[in-house]
Unconditional design. Structure first.
Length: 116
């Protein structure tokens, strides 16, 4: 089992910045990829950004150029720096951990609200 603890959500004005953090613990010896997904009311959960154990990154089209994902391997922590936030970025953000066996683990979610 893998436990994920998220932090850093909150309320911010449009154009502002937030940084989300997700710390993984437990059976984390077989990490393949970590990332962030988000889900707004009435919408499907979508990829925000992900980073593999080798450092390759992938971003959702709507956040490219504004968000940046990074990994602190020593701390098994993934960070999401979100800049130039827009009201449409408002959602619950979920941390995701994919291990080398194809198992997905999810955090409890953290709310990000961007006011116009």
């Amino acid at each position: 089992q893998v436990q994920l603890v998220e932090s850093g959500g909150g309320l911010v004005q449009a154009g502002g910045s937030l940084r989300l953090s997700c710390a993984a613990s437990g059976s984390i010896f077989s990490r393949n990829r970590m990332g962030w997904y988000r889900q707004a009311p009435g919408k499907m959960r979508e990829l925000v950004a992900s980073i593999t154990s080798g450092g390759s990154t992938n971003y959702g089209d709507s956040v490219k150029g504004r968000f940046s994902i990074s990994m602190d391997n020593a701390k098994s922590t993934v960070l999401l720096q979100m800049n130039n936030l827009k009201p449409e970025d408002t959602a619950v953000y979920y941390c995701n951990y994919l291990n080398s066996y194809g198992l997905n683990f999810w955090g409890q979610g953290t709310q990000v609200t961007v006011s116009s």
